[in-house]
Ligand binder design. Structure first.
Ligand code: PBG
Ligand code: ZN
Length: 332
């Protein structure tokens, strides 16, 4: 093929109309899922200092956000609960009158068509802040994988009984998807899908979230269950493959920006599986901080970031900007 001056790449960049015509990556409000933090009380809208613009909300305040999400056409909301009491096993996580269960019922009676997803884990409910039940072996305290599984099943059933549309287990326990699938099927909920946090890395980018959800581990870290960022991409593919075998309907990669290669590999290897990416709290707060200093344009950087995650291969993005993005996209 003849090269320059016959081929001129700039021809298709000459004006907005032609750029729009040949644009290959598109974002819609329904691509985005809004994470929301709910706690008990009334009239509570407690700012999260490490996540400017995000709040811990009581149910009445939460409904203002979910109404907005519904009318903006966002893909859904994902709920995180801050319970009143914690214990070593996180028992309140599966209580019918727990904070998440209460929130689901309130949202479903207010905006029945809004997709309600629940993050399914124990770290918000255990007094030690780990994602499961602790055990000690050879002087080392660690999360007991198999002891944790039944509780995950019970928590899933209680979320679905309250009205949740989709369950998203985030604890990185081996066999968690299978345990949840069989608990749901046993409860008559064989039609409720599971979106697995399949490739979830042990990441320092979760820092601000742990303030928001009051879920930081009191000692140690999550490295015995979350993935090592230094592991090869093929390990993520094994995690995804196992979750699919256990019955996962959708897959998530988390965090997003430092793991775009993983998003691409998962998408190329499992092209028929809906793929989500979580643009996590640290990714949010970094841009917020830079924008607050006047160092970059928040709106433009956010759109570019979401485009990159979408282009890498994730069609669904969990992001604290979901509402703003939906607003921006529906006005252009
Ligand atoms: C719970 C959970 C975490 C996040 C989502 N679900 C934190 C963690 O694993 O410690 C992080 C989300 C974010 O940083 O925005 N397991
Ligand atoms: Zn957890």
């Amino acid at each position: 093929m003849s090269e320059f001056p016959i081929q001129r790449m700039r021809r298709l960049r000459m004006n907005p109309a032609v750029r729009r015509l040949v644009q290959q990556t598109h974002l819609r409000p329904s691509n985005f899922i809004m994470p929301l933090f709910v706690r008990s009380g009334e009239g509570i809208r407690q700012p999260i200092s490490s996540m400017p613009g995000q709040f811990q909300l009581s149910v009445d305040q939460l409904l203002q956000e979910t109404q907005k999400a519904d009318s903006l056409g966002v893909g859904g909301v994902i709920l995180f609960g801050i319970p009143n009491s914690k214990d070593p096993e996180g028992a309140v996580a599966s209580h019918d009158n727990g904070i998440v269960q209460e929130a689901i019922r309130a949202i479903k009676s207010d905006t029945p068509n809004l997709l309600v997803i629940t993050d399914l884990c124990f770290c918000e409910y255990t007094d030690h802040g780990h994602c499961g039940i602790l055990t000690e072996s050879n002087g080392q305290v660690t999360v007991d994988n198999d002891l944790t599984l039944p509780g995950l099943g019970a928590q899933a059933v209680s979320h679905v009984q309250a009205g949740a549309d989709l369950i998203a287990p985030s604890g990185m326990m081996d066999g968690m998807v299978g345990a949840i699938r069989s608990a749901l099927d046993g409860g008559g909920f064989q039609d409720t899908p599971i979106m697995s946090y399949a490739a979830k890395y042990s990441s320092a980018y979760y820092g601000p979230f742990r303030d928001a959800a009051e879920s930081a581990p009191h000692s140690g870290d999550r490295k015995t269950y979350q993935m090592d960022p230094a592991s090869a991409a093929a390990q993520a593919l094994r995690e995804v493959e196992l979750d699919l075998q256990e019955g996962a309907d959708m897959i998530m990669v988390k965090p997003a920006l430092a793991y775009l290669d993983i998003i691409t590999r998962v998408n190329q290897t499992f092209p028929g599986v809906p793929l989500a990416a979580y643009n996590v709290s640290g990714e949010y707060s970094m841009i917020k901080a830079a924008a607050a200093s006047g160092w970059l344009d928040e709106q433009q950087v956010v759109m570019e970031t979401m485009t990159a995650i979408r282009r890498a291969g994730a069609e669904i993005i969990l992001t604290y900007w979901a509402m703003e993005l939906a607003e921006q996209l529906s006005s252009c």
